[in-house]
Write a protein that binds this ligand. Structure first.
Ligand SMILES: Nc1ncnc2c1ncn2[C@@H]1O[C@H](COP(=O)(O)OP(=O)(O)OP(=O)(O)O)[C@@H](O)[C@H]1O
Length: 344
């Protein structure tokens, strides 16, 4: 069997500004058919904003997003209809509807009747209902929740609610699914199950773009990984390439590195802060040095005066205080004396 690779998603130069804040800056990203691509980056890097630009929730300030070669309309329901489905960071289910009904709602873009007749269960909805139900049950079976089809969504454990969100997104028959932190709040067992589910989604022929903070999960899962830092794409490559890139490690640890997005600004601020901290520290030694010099001068003058007086009164008498001989190596003795004095 030969498979041809098709560019499913092609985002070019996507920039999103909120007033003075550039949340996403000139980001290019492609996802090909059969691929699982990861999007990582520290908190606030712009990942969700980028997702929102891809799915019509935000109209990018600059740039273009194409799905299978066609520029996407800036409306989320049209983007879904075009073939891109998504899940959200915070679960958004209809809690008082059953598991099955939640999936049926996700099908509204593929039925003639639309969302409101699905939600309100208008008579016209019944005509298409049977086919939709069958499709929805297939999806529930796929995610392993068919036995809970009639349960209320709110009664599902957390991990199953996340799965249900994925099933609802799949109900729109997407060619690409965007998953925003699908394992957030999951225990290790649920995370492993989510990983298997995502591989199975890819095996169904649906390309995947996934945001995650769990690095082990993302590096296990993804064919390619892109890392955003302060809105800019820092690197894109295989899991191995990204994992071993010291700039990625530094970005996660919050350490600046040469050429990092925003590094110039950070360096300027740090230099200014360092200068402000150093200034008083520099003054202190200068003041100390002046005081030391003054002390030394005074000691010298005193010694001289005593020496003169001694010489005048009794040239044979031993001086009580160090004489000129002792003051000769003035610099050294002054320094050590003063230091010792301060230490006392
Ligand atoms: N609607 C908005 N209005 C103003 N600023 C916003 C808006 N949405 C996001 N931002 C800002 O844009 C930046 C990127 O936020 P975003 O949520 O995209 O980051 P993220 O990488 O998804 O973070 P996290 O991993 O914490 O979810 C942040 O500084 C955020 O405060």
């Amino acid at each position: 069997m030969t498979t041809t690779t098709e560019t499913v998603l092609d985002a070019r130069g996507v920039t999103m500004r909120f007033g003075g804040l550039t949340a996403v800056k000139n980001v290019d990203l492609t996802v090909n058919s059969g691929e699982i691509v990861g999007l990582i980056g520290p908190n606030g890097a712009g990942k969700t904003t980028f997702f929102n630009c891809l799915t019509g929730l935000y109209i990018p300030t600059e740039g273009e997003v194409r799905y299978k070669g066609t520029v996407l309309p800036p409306k989320s329901f049209k983007v879904t209809a075009a073939g891109i489905a998504r899940t959200f960071q915070n679960i958004r289910l209809f809690n008082n509807m059953t598991v099955l009904e939640n999936v049926l709602v996700g099908r509204h873009t593929r039925t003639k009747e639309g969302l409101w007749s699905a939600l309100l269960r208008l008579p016209s909805f019944g005509k298409e209902e049977q086919a939709s139900r069958e499709k929805a049950m297939e999806l529930l079976e796929f995610i392993g929740l068919d036995h809970k089809a009639e349960h209320l969504a709110r009664n599902l454990p957390y991990g199953e609610q996340r799965k249900l969100e994925i099933a609802r997104a799949l109900a729109s028959d997407p060619g690409l699914i965007l998953l925003d932190e699908p394992t957030a709040g999951m225990n290790p067992q649920e995370t492993r199950a989510a990983e298997e589910l995502i591989f199975a989604i890819r095996d169904k022929g649906i390309a995947v773009l996934v945001i995650e903070h769990d690095m082990r999960f993302i590096f296990n899962l993804c064919d390619r990984v892109a890392c955003l830092v302060q809105g800019e794409k820092l690197i894109e490559g295989t899991a191995g390439e990204v994992q071993s890139d010291e700039r990625v490690v530094a970005a996660y640890l919050g350490e600046p590195f040469e050429g990092a997005p925003g590094a110039d600004e950070v360096a300027e601020v740090e230099a200014a802060e360092a200068h402000a901290e150093e200034a008083p520290a520099e003054e202190a030694p200068a003041e100390e040095a002046q005081a030391e010099a003054a002390e030394a001068e005074a000691a010298e003058a005193e010694a001289e005066a005593e020496t003169d007086a001694d010489a005048e009164t009794d040239a044979d008498t031993e001086p009580e205080t160090p004489a000129e001989d002792d003051t000769a190596p003035a610099a050294d003795s002054t320094t050590s004396t003063t230091t010792d004095g301060e230490a006392k």
